[in-house]
Design a protein around this ligand. Sequence first.
Ligand code: SF4
Length: 312
Amino acid sequence: MSVAIDTLLTSDINKPARYLGNELGAVHRPWSAATVRWVLTYPEIYEVGASNLGHIILYSILNTQPRQLCDRAYLPAADLAAKLKATQTPLFAVESQRPLTDFDILGFSLSYELGATNILEMLSLAGIPLTWQERSQPKNGAVERWPLIFAGGQTATSNPEPYADFFDFIALGDGEELLPEIGLVLEDGKAAGLSREALLLDLAQIPGVYVPRFYDMAEDGSVHPNRADVPQRILRRVATPIPAYAMGLVPYIETVHDRLTVEIRRGCTRGCRFCQPGMLTRPARDVEPDAVIEAIETGMAKTGYNEFSLLL
Ligand code: SF4
């Protein structure tokens, strides 16, 4: 059931367009036609989150998958967060305006370390227990049905361990191919009525999915499986950038990157030791020049932007 957005977004809330979810380009797939319902969240306020290219690319890709639906959520600003708490209203996804607990799977982009506390704030506002241990605990004899909570992004990939207690799984590397594969396993698991544990065991077989509950950390900091039926090592996924998926939303309010953004390279050949794109996003991959030009021409026409930036 949707939250009462009309009573929340009153004149005391700054920039209500942050929470409307009806930007040009928003997909709005029908709720009842979907068998797997995702929310992708960028754990920052809307102006930052809606500018994040990875968030938009994955949102666009998931919404092209049959029988899947992808909505979005962002960290509410302090005024709305206070109002959500005061009125005991759960944090909601902006397009369907449904509580995050209505969804099957909730993905957080963890691109830098300080985003982690915002993730916990969002889980708390959504009324979702913070750790996978709490989410798996039986209450009154039954395990409650919580969405699967996962993280992806540079920080989650570079070292998931500091955040391992908070997530049911962590998606390592590029998500373009990985997330649709996760969606298919989830769809099958849901149809088969699998338990949370059994579903996570299936997900753990997908290259790039790290399920912390199936691994223990040794004293020297190395991580090892605690059961025989999960991979010894988890691969980091590598995908080819597809600029066409980046032509997403045109927000109603000014965002930090208020222009068309086109990715021309992922990773960097220089390989400076301190740099995540240089060290972690390997191999460096260039987008074909013709595909960049096509993305700019199509994107400018589709969005109405009169400015673009080229992203490395
Ligand atoms: S992007 Fe990173 S690896 Fe590439 S030149 Fe800049 S600092 Fe070095």
